[in-house]
Design a protein around this ligand. Structure first.
Ligand code: BEZ
Ligand code: FE
Length: 296
């Protein structure tokens, strides 16, 4: 056997990295060049650091192929992969720098749907989704404390069985809506009290979680997306204080500032809008939102 010296081996590997980087020299767009050059350097550093075997390389290709195979208009396995690797939250952190006391952003997730039903202030976004009724209210303000009238508040959530409407085979629309803030920046609506649920784990990302001893569970949450003229769009959730999954959220989405009291209300407690819930318990939560200026 003709073993090369360690120095020769290093030289072979480094030469390849440099030749791949050199192949990018004709990239017209400076940003594309920057991103691709960094990707090549980090990818090769990873391969060389772990001394990837050919079997492992094949397993990686098969994994990515399986992610593609399971992806369709209702299932996006690559976003799930980004989420469980923390890449989604890292991108959010980079692009949503803290600004004064503006509300923090968190992961978007794959279950937002355009054209949600519009509801009036005080309306019911549950739309028949099973779960404990929950009254949610709050305000939208600027960092200067001014109310934001007419802000669009999109909300969406899983039902108490842990599924979003789009995960059912029927065409139901439930657990999602949008409404607009009043002249004082206020909003209020009925929802269901969020419960923890597993991210879809019957595909390659589920196998990855299993292989690394991780749970697919998301901490219980209610999604918000708030948009208003001249203000930074906020994509976030509120989480349920006391939920067991706050420290082990599978997509690293929990931020302390977003953990909210969902106060239990025993059956018979008068509701804020006089809604008759008969003998049902309910809950209430308050979420006051602060939007940063656009472009910050
Ligand atoms: C969600 O919160 O809807 C979600 C986020 C990341 C992955 C899967 C689901
Ligand atoms: Fe969610």
């Amino acid at each position: 056997m003709n073993h090369q010296s360690d120095d020769q081996q290093v030289a072979v590997e480094e030469d390849l990295v440099e030749r791949v980087r050199g192949s990018l020299a004709g990239t017209a767009d400076a940003r594309v060049h920057e991103v691709m050059d960094s990707l090549v350097r980090h990818l090769h550093a990873f391969l060389r650091e772990v001394r990837l075997t050919e079997e492992e390389w094949k397993a990686g290709i098969d994994f990515l192929t399986a992610c593609g195979d399971i992806t369709d208009e209702k299932r996006q396995e690559f976003i799930l992969l980004s989420d469980v690797l923390g890449a989604s939250m890292q991108t959010i952190a980079i692009n949503n720098e803290a600004y004064a006391d503006a509300t923090e952003a968190t992961v978007f997730g794959p279950f937002f749907v355009e054209d949600s039903p519009g509801i009036e202030l005080g309306g019911d976004m549950a739309g028949g989704a099973p779960g404990q009724p929950c009254w949610v209210e709050g305000t939208v303000r600027t960092v200067d404390g001014d109310p934001v009238p007419g802000a669009r508040v999109e909300v969406w959530e899983a039902d108490e069985d842990g599924f979003y409407d789009v995960q059912y085979a029927d065409e139901r629309v439930a657990g999602r809506a949008h409404l607009f803030t009043d002249e004082d920046g206020g909003f209020r609506f009925w929802a269901v009290t969020p419960t923890p649920y597993p991210i879809p784990d019957d595909g390659p990302v589920g196998r990855l979680l299993d292989a690394t001893g991780r749970s697919p569970m998301r901490a219980a949450h209610l999604h918000f997306m708030v948009t208003a003229d001249d203000l930074r769009t906020l994509v976030t959730h509120i989480f349920v204080r006391g939920d067991d999954h706050l420290d082990s959220d599978s997509v690293f989405g929990v931020k302390e500032s977003l953990v909210t009291d969902f106060e239990p209300q025993p059956a018979g407690t008068p509701t804020p809008d006089g809604r008759d819930l008969a003998d049902r318990d309910w809950a209430r939560a308050r979420f006051d939102i602060v939007l940063a200026p656009a472009g910050t």
